[in-house]
Design a binder for this molecule. Structure first.
Ligand code: PXL
Length: 279
């Protein structure tokens, strides 16, 4: 049997409303990978709800990582998600400290959607996020995030593939090795991804569901970084990750539950994921 792999993920713990660590931990574990999670904050619920409480854990981040100097550790992947602005440089330092030649660095900016930054974020957050993108192996912005990061106009109704290729190329210019640009809509009934790397671009499309559930981006990233950590080919990893999210959304729709705020029922898609991995 192959040696078990280990992912370090750094993001918040939102108690209510599936996202961040509450979807990353079970998804990574379902892939047979050990998940080491550093919570950056504890929130009563994520910030798409009307209000929330939170405990900020910024002061703990370096303390946690420095404690590990006393113990053996190595990570096959470091995956970051939602962070506060002041945490970005600290997390960059943690990546530099913990990364070795075999560590894949996967950055989900998790800062904006539908043309808007998430509550409380300003352009300072965007400019700090560029530093995290520089040197990363994989970055996974949606269209809003990509536009903010490279100063392009957000045109959600643009149906020209060139617009998206150019966007991904500009993000690549921030110094990351592979850009996974999500939410590309060049056809009514499809949702696509533009991958951009040293070999140029690749466009992949999938079934489009006209519904937007909170937390699906985190679910997708958690699955994708796990599959890449298992050395799955990128197209295969994207196909499985997309289907995993679609199955979670469909399960929620069938139950008639509120996935909009509470997130999709990914728990019911875990058997699919395990099955794909064992094929
Ligand atoms: O899914 C992104 C996310 C993660 N964590 C928190 C959030 C959000 C998006 O709003 O509020 C706390």
């Amino acid at each position: 049997m192959e040696k078990q792999r280990r992912i370090l993920t750094i993001q918040d713990y939102s108690c209510l409303g599936r996202c961040s660590l509450t979807v990353a931990q079970p998804t990574i574990s379902a892939c047979g990978i050990e998940c080491v999670g550093i919570p950056t904050a504890i929130l009563s619920n994520h910030t798409q709800f009307k209000s929330w409480t939170f405990v900020d854990l910024t002061e703990e981040l370096d303390k946690i990582v420095n404690k590990w100097d006393e113990y053996n550790h190595s990570f096959n992947c470091i995956y970051t998600g939602y962070l506060s602005t002041s945490q970005i440089p600290i997390v960059k330092g943690i990546i530099n400290k913990l990364q070795d030649n075999n560590t894949l660095v996967f950055i989900d900016p998790a800062m904006a959607d539908n043309g808007k930054l998430y509550a409380g974020f300003t352009l300072e957050h965007v400019s700090k996020m560029k530093e995290l993108f520089s040197g990363a192996d994989y970055v996974k912005p949606n269209i809003t995030e990509a536009c903010l990061l490279v100063g392009e106009e957000y045109k959600p109704n643009n149906k020209e593939l060139d617009y998206y290729i150019n966007l991904a190329k500009k993000v690549y210019g921030l110094g990351c090795k592979n850009v996974i640009l999500t939410g590309v809509r060049v056809k009514e009934d499809k949702i696509g991804i533009v991958i951009y790397n040293a070999n140029g671009y690749q466009y992949i499309e999938n079934e489009y569901l006209n519904i937007s559930y909170h937390g699906t981006g985190d679910l997708f990233s958690s699955c994708l970084c796990s599959l890449l950590t298992l050395n799955k080919d990128i197209s295969e990893a994207l196909r499985i990750s997309h289907n995993y999210v679609v199955k979670a959304i469909k399960a929620t729709m069938e139950d008639g539950l509120d996935g909009l705020l509470y997130g999709p029922e990914f728990e019911r898609a875990i058997p699919y994921l395990i099955n794909e991995i064992n094929k």
